[in-house]
Design a protein around this ligand. Structure first.
Ligand SMILES: [Zn+2]
Length: 94
């Protein structure tokens, strides 16, 4: 069942209710008025943003490339070849 956010038109109270789509609007928990209206739920927006459709299919590939580049950068930074000598780790400075 979806979670909807409601606002009471009588007293302005906002509350969340788990209701079926075809169910009538719930009464206000503050003043028991039935003059409540459905708001756009932040929960719904969150679910839409996290949907698999928004996920880029090549995200994992990009992650691996970044990881490999980072490893290379770390190896280069630690390489004594930069100072002019040979380096067995990266093939030496050329
Ligand atoms: Zn109310």
């Amino acid at each position: 069942m979806p979670l909807f956010e409601y606002e009471c038109e009588k007293c302005g109270a906002q509350f969340e209710e788990l209701v079926a789509l075809e169910a009538p609007a719930p009464v206000c928990p503050e003043c028991s008025s039935s003059a409540t209206r459905k708001l756009i739920s932040a929960t719904t927006i969150h679910f839409e943003a996290a949907s698999p459709l928004d996920r880029k299919p090549d995200a994992k590939v990009q992650q691996n490339v970044q990881k490999a580049m980072k490893r290379k950068a770390v190896a280069a930074a630690a390489c004594p070849g930069k100072a002019g000598g040979g380096c067995s780790g990266c093939g030496g400075a050329r």
